[in-house]
Design a protein around this ligand. Structure first.
Ligand SMILES: *Cc1c(COP(=O)(O)O)cnc(C)c1O
Length: 396
C-alpha cells in the first residue's frame, strides 16, 4: 500500500487547482503590467485572485502581497518591522523557541545587526503562554512574531489573545500562519493580526507561491527590488497561473473546512489511539489544541531516521520533524523546546494526513509503525539498556 502522510511538508495539488493553473497558462499569459488588452485581462484576473485571498482571511484586497511562498512572507514581515524599528529606535523583537527556520534564521541575522530577540519558552504541551508575551513586551519592542500552528507537532497557539495584547501595547503582531491557513478559519481583524504569512502548497495549491497579508499602514520593506509590482513592495512579473491556482485552492479549502476537519480529526484520533498503544511512546503536544491532521510521537530506544526509512520501504511517506531539518543529525529544535531530552527527541515521527487519506490507510500506518518500532528496538543497544534497567525510561 502507498500512503502519503506528510501533508505538513507539502500537499498534492487539488485537481481544481491544477486545472486553474493550466487554464491560466493557456489563456491569461499576458503581463499584468502591459497596457494592451491581453495584459489588462491578466491584471483583472490577478485582482480577482487578490480579492478572493483577502476575503477568505477577512483582509482588504490591497492588504495582500503575493510572494514566492511562506519563507519569503516571513522574511519580508520581519525585515519590514526591523527597518521601521531602526528608524524608531526600537530594536527588540519577541518570538518563541519553536518557530519555523524562516522566522528563526531571519531573527538570527537581525541579532548580528544589533537587534535583541526574546525567545519565549514553549510549555510542555507545545503552547506559548499569552501572559509570557505580555510580560516580555518592553518600551523598545517593535514586533511579536508567533506562529499560528506549529509545523512539527501541530499545536495551535492562543493567537487571538496574543493579538489583543499586542494591540493594547502598541506592538506589531506577525504570525506565520502557513500551517493554519486553509485548515482553520482565520479572521485577521478578530485576531488583531498585523501581518500574516501564507503558503499555497500547504493547502493543495502550487509550490513556490504564497502571500503576505500586511495591515494598511504597515510600511513594508522590499526584499526584491525592480518593477512596481505588488504596489511597489515586491518586484517581478506576477506568477498569475500560480496565484490564481492558490486562490482557488484556498477557496475550496475554506468552503470544505468544517466537513474536512470533521473527517480528518476522526482519522487522526484513530491514529493517536492506535499508536499510543505502543509501549514507551508519547504523543507530543496538547491533545486538544491541535490541527486536525498533524500528530507527532516519540518512541523511546529508537532513531527517527531508521523508522522513516523502514516506513518508506512499506510505502509510507512520513517525517521525523520538519522537512527542512531532516538530513541533519541534530534533534528537532521544536521537540527540545517542549522539554524532551536529546535521546528521546531523536526517536520522533510526524504523521500529517488530510481528507484524501482513508481509514484503511490509517490502520495500515498503525500496524506498520508498531512492527517497525518493535523491530528497531530489538536491535537497539539503547533499548537493551532501558529494558535491563541500566537507563531509565522517560515515558512510563
Ligand atoms: C512550510 C512552512 C514554511 C515555509 O513555506 P514555503 O512556502 O515552503 O517557503 C514556513 N512556515 C511554516 C510553519 C511552514 O510549515
Amino acid at each position: 500500500m502507498k500512503v502519503y502522510a506528510d501533508n505538513a511538508a507539502t500537499t498534492k495539488m487539488s485537481k481544481a487547482a491544477m486545472d486553474v493553473m493550466t487554464e491560466y497558462m493557456d489563456l491569461y499569459y499576458g503581463n499584468p503590467s502591459s497596457l494592451y488588452t491581453t495584459g489588462q485581462i491578466a491584471a483583472t484576473k490577478l485582482m480577482e485572485a487578490r480579492e478572493t485571498m483577502a476575503g477568505l482571511i477577512g483582509a482588504k484586497t490591497n492588504e495582500i502581497y503575493f510572494t514566492s511562498g511562506g519563507s519569503e512572507a516571513d522574511n519580508q514581515a520581519i525585515m519590514s518591522a526591523a527597518e521601521y524599528g531602526k528608524i524608531k529606535g526600537r530594536k527588540h523583537i519577541i518570538t518563541s523557541a519553536f518557530e519555523h527556520h524562516a522566522v528563526l534564521h531571519t531573527l538570527k541575522k537581525l541579532e548580528r545587526e544589533g537587534f535583541e530577540v526574546t525567545y519565549l519558552d514553549v510549555h510542555e504541551n507545545g503552547i506559548v503562554d499569552a501572559k509570557d508575551v505580555d510580560e516580555a513586551i518592553r518600551e523598545d519592542t517593535i514586533l511579536v512574531t508567533i506562529m499560528y500552528a506549529n509545523n512539527e507537532i501541530g499545536t495551535i497557539q492562543p493567537i487571538r489573545e496574543i493579538g489583543r495584547i499586542c494591540k493594547n501595547r502598541g506592538v506589531w503582531f506577525h504570525t506565520d500562519a502557513v500551517q493554519a491557513v486553509g485548515h482553520i478559519a482565520i479572521d485577521v481583524n478578530k485576531d488583531n493580526i498585523d501581518m500574516l504569512s501564507i503558503s499555497a502548497h500547504k493547502f493543495r495549491g502550487p509550490k513556490g507561491c504564497g502571500a503576505l497579508y500586511a495591515r494598511t499602514g504597515i510600511p513594508l520593506t522590499n526584499l526584491i527590488e525592480g518593477g512596481a509590482q505588488e504596489r511597489g513592495k515586491r518586484a517581478g512579473t506576477e506568477n498569475l497561473p500560480a496565484v490564481a491556482s492558490m486562490a482557488r485552492a484556498l477557496l475550496d479549502s475554506c468552503n470544505e473546512l468544517e466537513e474536512s476537519n470533521l473527517k480528518v480529526s476522526a482519522l487522526r484520533d484513530r491514529l493517536i489511539e492506535g499508536i499510543s498503544k505502543i509501549p514507551h511512546s508519547r504523543l507530543n503536544g496538547d491533545r486538544e489544541k491541535r490541527l486536525s491532521g498533524t500528530v507527532n510521537f516519540c518512541f523511546e530506544g529508537i532513531e527517527g531516521e531508521s523508522l522513516l526509512l523502514m516506513l518508506d520501504a512499506k510505502g509510507i511517506s512520513a517525517s521525523s520533524g520538519s522537512a527542512c531539518t531532516s538530513g541533519s543529525l541534530e534533534p528537532s529544535h521544536v521537540l527540545l523546546s517542549i522539554g524532551l531530552p536529546h535521546e528521546v527527541a531523536h526517536g520522533s515521527l510526524r504523521l500529517s494526513i488530510n481528507d484524501e487519506n482513508t481509514q484503511e490507510e490509517i490502520d495500515y500506518i498503525i500496524q506498520s509503525v508498531g512492527e517497525v518500532v518493535e523491530y528497531l528496538r530489538n536491535m537497539s543497544p539503547v533499548w537493551d539498556d532501558l529494558i535491563n534497567g541500566k537507563k531509565e525510561f522517560y515515558f512510563a
